[in-house]
Design a binder for this molecule. Sequence first.
Ligand code: ZN
Length: 113
Amino acid sequence: MHELAITESILRIALEAAKENQAKKVLEIRIRIGAYSGVVPQYIQEYFNIVSQGSIAEKARLSIETIPARVECAACGEITEVQRFRIKCGACGSTDVKLLSGREYYVDSLEVE
Ligand SMILES: [Zn+2]
């Protein structure tokens, strides 16, 4: 149900922004999702089709881009991008790392008319 809550907040943000711009219709919503946010992009589109029904964002296209996760290594100090499902330093292999990005998600921009 993680995705449903996120999808509802994406819809709310999109509708508020559309209202501010006096838009009649939301055509596309561009979203950025961290690789470690635990969000499955496919579910977002499916949920969106349901929660947006009857709103001006109904049938809007979602363009979802993944933000890579980055870690800072406590052993060597390097900042590297994390390979899928392996949270460790890309330079020395240490697992003593701090996640800098990759858990966030946000609405990047909207296309409206
Ligand atoms: Zn390292």
